[in-house]
Design a protein around this ligand. Sequence first.
Ligand code: AMP
Length: 360
Amino acid sequence: MSIKAGSHIGIIGGGQLGRMLAMAAARIGYKTVILDPAENSPAFEVADKHVVAKYDDPEALKQLAELCSVITYEFENVDVSAVEALESRLPCRPGSNALATSQDRLVEKTFFNDHGIQTAPFRDIKSREDLTLALDEFGGRGILKTRRLGYDGKGQIRVSQDDAASIDEAANLAEQSECILEGFVPFIREVSVIAARSPSGEVSVFDLAENVHKNGILFTSTIPAEAPSLSQQSAKEIADRVLRALDYVGILAIEFFLMEDGQLLVNEFAPRVHNSGHWTEAACTVSQFEQHIRAVTGQPLGNPERHSDCVMQNLLGDDVERASEILAMPQTMLHLYGKAEAREGRKMGHFTQITPKSGE
Ligand code: AMP
C-alpha cells in the first residue's frame, strides 16, 4: 500500500541531496521534515518542517517518528542503532541492514564476494605484518583504506613495497584504526549505476554513467558511458542482485572499476541518491530523487530510460561564480544548492548539458 499524498517523509541530513529529495517530494505531493544539526542547512529552505539537532539525538528522532509516515536519509553514516530504533516504529527506507553493510568496507566487500560479485582483492589489516604479507600477495602495490568513515578518497594511503615511507605511514594508520588493503586495480574507467527498488520488489535501473574525479571528488558524469554493452548489462544485473539481496527499498548507487577486457569490479555502494546520478534530472523524465521518493512511498516507479545524452559537471567552491555563464549555455540545466559560503572544494551546485540521444 502506498503512503498517502500530503504525508510527511522524514529525511535525515539536510545537505544538497536532502534538498533535492525534498523538492522532488513536493512536486509529487509529499511534505518533508529534515533533521540536521546545522542551522542553515540547504534542505531547510525547501522543506515543510525541520529539526535542528544531532542525527542521533533521541528526542529529535522521536519527533521525526511522530511527524512522519516513512524515514529516509541522504548520507550513509547515520547511526545504525538510531535507525534500528526508528524501524521498530515506522518504515525506514532503505533499512538499517543496508546502512550497516555500506558503513564498513570489510563487511561491504565480503557481502559483494559472497553474492558472486567481483571486487578488487582485499585483506583485513591489523598490523604491519598483515600489511607486508598482503602487499606481497598483491604484487607489491595497494591502497590502504580505513574500514569506516572514508569518502572522496579520504582515509586512504597508496602503498608500494618500493616506498618505505608509504609502508610506515600505512602501518601507523592500520594500528590506529581498522583498515583493509586493496590490491591496486589497473582500471581504464570509473563507471556507476543508479538503481531503485520498490517495497513490492519492482526494480528499475538508470543507464551507466562514466565518472571522472578530480582530487578525489566527482568532476563529471557522462552518459552514455564508453563501455561495452555486455558491461552495461552486467552493471544492471549486479544492481538487481544487490537490491534483492538487501531486500532494499529506495535508490542505491554502485561504483565500479571498468577493466580493459570489459570486466566490472565493484568499488563500493551508497545506500542513497548519489552525485553520479544528478544527470537524471535533466536527461530522464523521472530523476533519481523522484524515483527515490516514489520507492519509499510505495508509488509506482518511473521509467528510467534516458531521452538525451548528457554531461553533468559539479560546481566546486568558486566555480559557482560561473552561474550566469552556464545559464546562457544552450540545452543546459543549472542546479545550485543555496549554500552561503563557497569554500574550496565544497559542492555548490552542478549543471547538466543534454544532447540528442545517440544510437549506441
Ligand atoms: P574510494 O574512496 O574507495 O571511492 O576511492 C577513491 C578513488 O581512489 C577511486 O575513485 C579510484 O579512483 C581510486 N581507487 C580506489 N580503490 C582503488 C583500487 N583498489 N585500485 C586503484 N584505484 C583505486
